[in-house]
Design a protein around this ligand. Structure first.
Ligand code: 13P
Length: 258
């Protein structure tokens, strides 16, 4: 099912640790670094730990294949914003990626598409590559609105001048942390709808990677990676343990080709 056009996009497998992890869990980063030294060079690997662990995780992964990222950033420069972290601070801690617009931020913190676009711009301006998250709720999918919702989110959340290096993560809200996933056909259809929306007025949009996220596990990763238009995965729970995340990485066709 791998489409010809996606062969030119470098697959990315990223882990989102969310609000999990203590310094003791840096051993998982070290184990993952060791387990992925031989991962195929055409695979890109990332972990977004909680910000408390970011600098230490960068150190733990030094010399490895794994780039570190933030999970959110405030749009703007330094200032009197208690509790916030901006993109320049993430760069200072050694990050190269930043997740923006995760549904847990959209739903839990009221972030709008415009907020997400501003954060993506701020991340890019600081030198980070944003991973811009979108995805429909169960009600929206059941109402037949999944494609329309993600297309609207793309239009509002991905800056019109975004370069082809930005990454989009399609994460159906109802698939996050539930063990549920869309059918492979639904994933293919939604990724195709996202690609159509990305192409609208954006130069080089065919180079933008679209990851799938939501209950990706060692047991289903291989079939998801083979879906046409899937350029990698954003993995939550299964990225916390090096053995699970390494198994997901090993399930990518790029690894199987070796
Ligand atoms: P799970 O893989 O735990 O479902 O989480 C997905 C996610 O939200 C990644 O950002």
């Amino acid at each position: 099912m791998t489409g010809k056009d996606q062969m030119s996009r470098r697959p990315l497998i990223a882990g989102n640790w969310k609000m999990f992890g203590r310094r003791a869990d840096l051993s998982e980063i070290r184990a993952l670094s060791a387990a992925t030294t031989d991962a195929p060079s055409d695979l890109e690997l990332a972990i977004c730990p909680p910000v408390t662990l970011l600098a230490a995780a960068v150190e733990a992964a030094a010399g490895s294949r794994i780039g570190m990222g933030g999970q959110d950033c405030r749009a703007g420069g330094d200032g009197a914003f208690t509790g916030d972290v901006n993109a320049a601070m993430l760069v200072d801690a050694g990050a190269v990626w930043c997740i923006v617009g995760h549904s847990e931020r959209r739903q839990g913190h009221g972030e709008t598409d415009a907020d997400v676009a501003a954060k993506a711009k701020a991340a890019m301006a600081a030198g980070l590559t944003p991973i811009i998250c979108i995805g429909e709720t169960l009600e929206e999918r059941q109402a037949g609105q999944a494609a329309a919702v993600v297309q609207r989110q793309i239009a509002g959340s991905v800056p019109a001048d975004a370069p082809s290096t930005v990454v989009v993560a399609y994460e159906p809200v109802w698939a996050i942390g539930t063990g549920l996933t869309p059918t492979l056909g639904e994933i293919a259809d939604t990724h195709a709808a996202i690609r159509v929306a990305l192409a609208d007025g954006r130069q080089g949009a065919e180079g933008i990677r679209i990851l799938y996220g939501g209950s990706v596990k060692p047991g289903n990763a291989a079939e998801i990676f083979r879906v046409n238009g899937v350029d990698g995965a954003l993995v939550g729970g299964a990225s916390l343990k090096a053995a699970d995340f390494a198994a997901i990485i090993a399930a990518h066709p790029a690894a199987a080709r070796r």
